[in-house]
Design a protein around this ligand. Structure first.
Ligand SMILES: *Cc1c(COP(=O)(O)O)cnc(C)c1O
Length: 452
């Protein structure tokens, strides 16, 4: 009998990350310097990133060694368990077998420390003293605060102002780990001051907080910038999730027919999916599904084109699915899925039909999250509930068809800091948002014109 939880010993933890750039059927289009529109050079990035991460960003080596200090820091919570969702299967009366990788066991409660730890380490060995970053609801900010405290770096977090006041507990957590948390827009940067001049009560956005953190890092010698998703090196670090999952399923002679994860910037999705995509690219029959909110439908309704990563147009131009850098999504509770863009790697894989993208609505997600929690006990983050909605739908399809599919999904994080969202759901205060086509068209009109 397959156990409820499948563990790896610490010595069985993977010692290399998997770099899917080695195996892409169509290589990525180069990212462009926002001023010159010429392909980025390592020098363009060296003001804000350390060289080891810049080299990982463009590497096409298939396997990249994980340094020992990072492996040791991972061991605080890794390897994370894979669970068999026996109770949920029974409740759904499905012949499908459901497995989930539990990334909520990290100190910050999500998958994000997998890259935060690595980024802090490479900055530390490159002589950097401080990292600046942005955070929306606080998941990334708390992961980086943890990582900076692990490696003795200072940490400045620009936190979107509306969350700074509405979600004080993640801010407390960051401060406990020693970070300096600043509500954005702030008066510390030109990008922030520009906004405050026009609207002193501006509540901020993730795109603007990115502009502030990048400006902070670019203008100070001892400070670098750190991004929690989207970039190639971030997804690289996250592949430990899928590599462990593969080894764990292998222990019980299982292999998934379907892999599912929610998709905001693409990092937890890439993390669990890329090691399985390696098999798919090499001919394996497996479905890989990325799930996003219908309220921020980047992959399903966006355009595959060059766009900026931020509102102030400071970041490089990257080829990705985007809703336009001015796109402001409605205030759904899955804050981590409200980004206008998407990882270039995930975008290319969707474009090439190796990954299927689906969009689901908020109410159905919370309904699925409750069903999951009442059977499996674990309270998922609202982001994760998008994957759970899709998994339950797949399991119910199996019930109809009698198919015994093996489904693996990423439980990207727990929802202990998101109880206001659950309160609102239980009180009937939430609603669904389908983004109107005209609005999407409007924000796509402002896409940069590129002359290649
Ligand atoms: C940040 C976050 C996400 C979304 O980010 P990705 O980069 O798309 O993974 C999903 N789940 C949790 C729990 C998060 O904290």
């Amino acid at each position: 009998m397959i156990p409820y939880k499948i563990h790896l010993e610490e010595h069985e933890m993977p010692t290399q990350w998997y770099n899917i750039q080695a195996d892409l059927p169509n290589p990525l289009k180069p990212s462009l310097n926002p001023q010159t529109q010429k392909p980025l050079t390592p020098d363009d990035l060296s003001a804000i990133f350390p060289m080891p991460l810049i080299l990982q960003e463009v590497s096409t080596e298939r396997w990249i060694d994980i340094p020992e200090d990072i492996l040791n820091a991972y061991k605080l919570w890794r390897p994370s368990p894979v669970h068999r969702a026996y109770n949920l299967e029974k409740a759904l009366n499905t012949p499908a077998k459901i497995y989930y990788k539990q990334e909520g066991v990290s100190p910050a409660g999500s998958h994000k420390p997998n890259t935060a730890i690595a980024q802090a380490y490479y900055n530390k060995i490159s002589g950097i003293k401080r990292l600046a970053t942005e955070t929306g609801a606080g998941q990334w900010g708390s992961a980086l605060s943890l990582a900076c405290s692990t490696f003795g770096l200072e940490c400045t977090v620009y936190m979107v102002k509306v969350s700074y006041y509405q979600k004080p507990y993640r801010r407390s957590l960051m401060e406990v780990w020693g970070a300096n948390v600043i509500p954005s827009p702030s008066d510390q940067t030109n990008s922030g001051r520009n906004i405050l001049e026009k609207d002193p009560d501006a509540m901020g956005s993730l795109g603007l907080a990115i502009s502030e953190a990048v400006e902070d890092a670019a203008t100070k010698e001892d400070t670098n910038y750190s991004l929690g998703s989207v970039l190639n090196h971030v997804l690289l670090h996250q592949t430990i999730i899928g590599l462990e999952s593969k080894a764990q399923l292998d222990k019980v002679n299982e292999y998934p027919d379907v892999v599912v994860a929610c998709c905001g910037g693409g990092s937890n999705f890439g993390g669990i999916a890329f090691p399985f995509l390696y098999d798919k690219i090499n001919g394996k029959d497996i479905d890989i599904i990325a799930v996003e909110p219908a309220a921020c439908p980047t992959l399903t309704r966006g355009e595959f084109t060059y766009d900026y990563g931020d509102t102030a147009r400071l970041t490089p131009l990257v080829m990705m699915y985007t809703l336009g850098h001015d796109f402001v999504p409605p205030g759904i509770h899955a804050g981590g899925l409200r980004y206008h863009g998407e990882s270039p790697l995930v975008s290319q894989l969707v474009k090439d039909n190796l990954v299927e993208a689906r969009a689901v609505n908020q109410l159905g997600c919370f309904e699925a999250a409750l069903q999951f929690t009442r059977n499996e006990g674990i309270l998922p983050a609202p982001e994760t509930s998008h994957a759970i909605r899709t998994v339950i739908d797949l399991a119910l399809e199996c019930k109809e068809s009698g198919e015994e599919k093996t489904i693996l999904f990423n439980l990207s994080g727990h929802g202990h800091f998101d109880l206001t969202a659950y309160d609102d759901y239980l009180a009937g205060k939430l609603k669904d948002y389908e983004y109107p086509e005209e609005e999407i068209k409007k924000s796509l009109q402002d896409l940069p014109k590129i002359n290649l």
